[in-house]
Design a protein around this ligand. Structure first.
Ligand code: A2P
Length: 296
């Protein structure tokens, strides 16, 4: 299985990352250190997770050089409240300061939905339907050297087509979305491959309350037995074999180590799991109620 993918910039993004959403303060630093020791070189965070200071400190204390670690963040700004073009650079600067670094490897528009400034959760429909002005600011951040690659998160095909219909200086290098056994999004994955867009799988194990169920899927269990690996390793390997980056979250040392060891699944086993995943009705674990159907 690929240990990295090459982005249009030529940069190589490691295929397995430690995800730090819901990794609580007081735990996330240790998780990052354990991961780096286990061989991870990719940490996926965001301004909104509220743990960038601890993540940055752990990276500096890990002894691994900054240049050897891929750091992704998602805009505090481009997360709902700070979506406006003029908010891009200040919000990015805040993430850089919190992380204690002078560049990010990847910076994402966290959600396609923008709220009107200082008006609670009122959707700004113009900015939501036309993210191009915000995207141009992100392109400027690349030119300034503050970020090396830019992308989006939680965009569906319609929103991707809408954004890329503009003549972009830099196309989105990745789209980070929920991908799991319960929500495998085969159409989006196909579209992404045809359009040279890398997908990144968040909540790859099913996120929180669905993880147990994922690890008990009969196909997952039988492949694990067959290969002598754990059910989590089967699912994480399946994601990489589908051609996506995978971002399992854990703060448990043994699981962090376990999740890093991906192996190729025999074609027959892969096909069996893929077929099972795409044959049931998809279920999203994330369904924010912001008064706009973000998935359409
Ligand atoms: P914890 O962080 O307490 O170890 P996802 O990445 O799909 O959002 O799933 C994250 C959840 O799955 C967390 O609750 C995490 O628990 C749990 N988890 C992560 N890795 C494993 C694993 N290898 N086996 C079982 N549960 C896991």
């Amino acid at each position: 299985l690929p240990s990295f993918y090459t982005l249009p910039s030529g940069d190589r993004i490691p295929s397995v990352a430690l995800g730090v959403w819901r990794a609580d303060p007081g735990h996330v630093g240790e998780a990052v250190k354990t991961a780096l020791k286990a061989g991870y070189r990719h940490i996926d965070g965001a301004w909104i997770y509220g743990n960038e200071v601890e993540v940055g400190k752990a990276i500096r204390e890990s002894g691994v050089s900054r240049d050897d670690i891929w750091i992704t963040s998602k805009a505090g700004l481009l997360c709902l409240y700070f979506h406006a073009p003029e908010d891009v650079e200040p919000a990015l600067d805040e993430s850089l300061a919190r992380l204690g670094t002078d560049y990010l490897d990847l910076y994402l528009i966290h959600w396609p939905v923008a709220f009107k400034k200082d008006q609670g959760q009122k959707v700004d429909h113009d900015l939501t339907e036309n993210p191009y002005p915000t995207w141009q600011k992100l392109e400027e951040m690349v030119e300034k050297g503050k970020v090396k690659n830019i992308g989006v998160s939680n965009f569906n095909i319609r929103r991707l087509q809408n954004l890329t219909a503009n003549s972009l200086k830099y196309k989105p290098a990745v789209n980070q979305v929920e991908l799991s056994y319960w929500n495998p999004q085969p159409d989006l994955l196909k579209w992404a491959k045809e359009n040279n867009l890398l997908l990144e799988a968040y909540s790859p194990l099913g996120s929180q309350n669905k993880v147990k169920e994922t690890l008990q899927v009969p196909e997952v269990k039988s492949i694990a037995r067959e290969l002598g690996i754990t059910p989590a390793q089967v699912v994480i390997s399946w994601h990489v074999q589908r051609g996506t980056v995978v971002l399992p979250k854990s703060v448990t040392p043994s699981r962090i180590v376990e999740n890093f060891h991906v192996v190729p699944l025999p074609q027959e086993a892969f096909d069996k799991l893929e077929k099972a995943a795409v044959s049931h009705k998809p279920e999203r674990s994330v369904n924010p109620d912001w008064g706009v159907d973000i998935w359409h």
